[in-house]
Ligand binder design. Structure first.
Ligand code: ADP
Length: 446
């Protein structure tokens, strides 16, 4: 039986889960906790079965996150087979911490507890919701890595697995292997890192992903794939995230141009730099070129006045016109002032598709909060709904700050227990850090 790949919900990402439509799971004889191989036409990923979401019942859907989609080499809406695999129990697993985190005392039991039931493979990146992520006040700190396993191959961590801590820090392992996620060139953002923009992402998939994945289909239908897509909406709503996520999903190289930055170059340099970026993107195709604050590069000509702007717009137009119709390079422009953009840029064959990225509603805000608290040790029963409700007008960037600020409060609370003389942190303290209701309340006060 073939199942259709869909994205996982934001809150469940990062844990190697495959949420399988409950009807299909029953037919396949799979139940929660089983280890399965999700196999596409050109790759496979190992995952742990997770109960399907009620809305998926009978739809033949398997939801996996961006990391697993990448491993299985599949995209959203691709068809895959899912079958149970026998995976050995891990006798021992060696975990590497990020170098900035030095732990004293017995951390192994806490890690085993968190990871029990998870399939792991050497080289894999692991994120848990322990206090790790909070160190340094970041919600997405350098994650741990699986340095080695006994036996080798994919193994499942059980309550009996011995957990050892590697002498070598995680970053160094990633560097050594050269192929680790830490060393990958493209952005690491996946659709599960974006909250409240399902409709927008659906459009992005149709306009950008589909043509880039299946150029032959578009050619046969006689449709020109888009060269330029304009994302417009207020700052901090996720336009940059979207561009990075698409590039990542289709394994395209990502080239970033910031409008104001390029405009500050010396005479002739702006055009030269634009040319170089387009050239690089063509060489490294498939590619996404992301132009942030497009309005500052290409304001309406009557507004511009400046000679530099005029020449940069002319250069951009000629570069876009020069892109081949194969759809291998797509330029995504972002702006919060869509009306301020030179209309010449919005004609056919240029930025001729538009997606509005709006301020999130209550449900969107909840999803965004789920993204940014995913790797935080949240106290049980914390009600994100309440914060989604009370943050009217907040955009994604504001909600990210709120989550980080809450984490900072949690850290400050345990500060007295931290031995600041030592550069090591006590395992018990690390394990006891929790972000509470009170931390969120404090953060809300701003
Ligand atoms: P824009 O490009 O629209 O100005 P960004 O994509 O740069 O906004 O967002 C800035 C940061 O705010 C992101 O890195 C992310 O952490 C957070 N953020 C913004 N929008 C979202 C969203 N929809 N979901 C999750 N996080 C978001």
């Amino acid at each position: 039986m073939k199942l259709t790949v869909r994205p996982l919900k934001q809150k469940d990402a990062g844990r190697r889960l495959a949420a399988i439509d409950r009807v299909a799971a029953e037919e396949l004889g799979l139940s929660g906790g089983d280890i399965v191989r999700v196999e596409g036409s050109d790759g496979a990923a190992i995952a742990r079965v997770w109960p399907g979401y009620p809305e998926d019942d009978g739809t033949g859907v398997v939801r996996i996150d961006g990391r697993l989609r990448q491993e299985a080499n599949v995209g959203i809406d691709d068809r895959v087979t899912v079958e149970s695999v026998d995976v050995s129990r891990a006798e021992s697993v060696t975990i590497a911490f990020p170098s900035q985190l030095r732990v004293r005392g017995q951390i192994a039991p806490f890690i085993r507890d968190k990871l029990s039931g998870q399939p792991v493979t050497e080289g894999q990146t692991i994120r848990t919701s322990m206090g790790f992520g909070l160190m340094g006040g970041q919600s997405q700190a350098v994650p741990m890595k699986v340095a080695s396993t006994v036996p080798s191959g994919t193994v499942v961590i059980t309550d009996d697995t011995e957990i050892e801590i590697s002498e070598v820090p995680a970053e160094e392992l990633a560097e050594r292997s050269g192929s680790g996620e830490g060393a990958s060139e493209g952005p690491d953002v996946t659709y599960e890192d974006i909250g409240g923009l399902d409709g927008e992402l659906e459009q992005v998939r149709e306009m950008i992903e589909l043509p880039m994945r299946h150029p032959e289909l578009f050619k046969r239908l006689g449709i020109d794939p888009p060269k330029g897509v304009l994302l417009h909406g207020p700052p901090g709503t996720g336009k940059t995230l979207i561009a990075k996520a698409v590039a990542n999903e289709i394994d395209a190289s990502f080239h970033n141009i910031s409008g104001p930055e390029i405009m500050s170059k010396y005479y002739g340099e702006s055009e030269e730099q634009l040319r170089e970026i387009f050239e690089e993107a063509s060489e490294e195709a498939p590619s996404i070129i992301f132009m942030d604050e497009l309005d500052s590069i290409a304001p309406k000509r009557e507004e511009a006045g400046g000679d530099v702007e005029r020449r940069v717009v002319a250069q951009l137009l000629s570069l876009m016109d020069g892109l081949e119709d194969r759809g291998e390079v797509v330029v995504i422009g972002a702006t919060n002032r869509v009306d301020a953009i030179d209309p010449a840029l919005r004609r056919g064959g240029r930025f001729d598709r538009e997606i509005e990225v709006g301020v999130p509603d209550r449900d969107g805000r909840k999803e965004i909060l789920q993204v940014h608290t995913r790797n935080m040790p949240l106290v049980d029963g914390i009600d994100l709904d309440e914060y989604a409700e009370n943050t009217h007008g907040f955009v994604g960037a504001d909600l990210e700050s709120l989550a980080k600020e809450s984490a900072m409060h949690a850290l400050r609370r345990i500060r007295p227990e931290l031995d600041l003389e030592s550069d090591e942190i006590d395992a018990d303290v690390l394990n006891s850090i929790q972000v509470t209701e009170a931390d969120f309340k404090e953060a809300m006060k701003g």
